[in-house]
Design a binder for this molecule. Sequence first.
Ligand code: CMP
Length: 131
Amino acid sequence: MIKPDAMANGHSGGILDQIIKAGFHIRALKLTKLSAEKAGEFYAVHNQRPFYGELVEFMSSGPIIAAILEKSNAVEDFRKLIGATNPAQAEEGTIRKRFAESIGRNAIHGSDSDENAKIEGDFFFSGLERF
Ligand code: CMP
């Protein structure tokens, strides 16, 4: 998911370009905007964290791009491509290093397991919207 900060800063094209050039195949893609309720549902695993309210508010503050990506070893390779959660700690050349503003406004989200990739893909896309 490309987050509202990266969308507002005009980075969606640059981020998608870097993802495609890294060998990921786009299987589904959508421009949408989360309500606070849907953002809260997406990040429910974090609902006891002190930053949860801020996270939900930010993630529902503007449009996002959701995608399902395919590649061998996709989850691990994508997490390497996007870099550390905090862009200040992300490696040079990673998406968060290049495009993120801060730990909260960190440009992009990637699933942390195959199981969560399935859950998160199903959250955004019906069977008719994936190829
Ligand atoms: P993401 O990979 O989307 O998963 C959970 C998000 O919570 C994370 O990226 C960050 O954007 C956000 N997050 C994690 N830690 C903090 C924090 N300390 N303050 C604000 N947001 C945070």
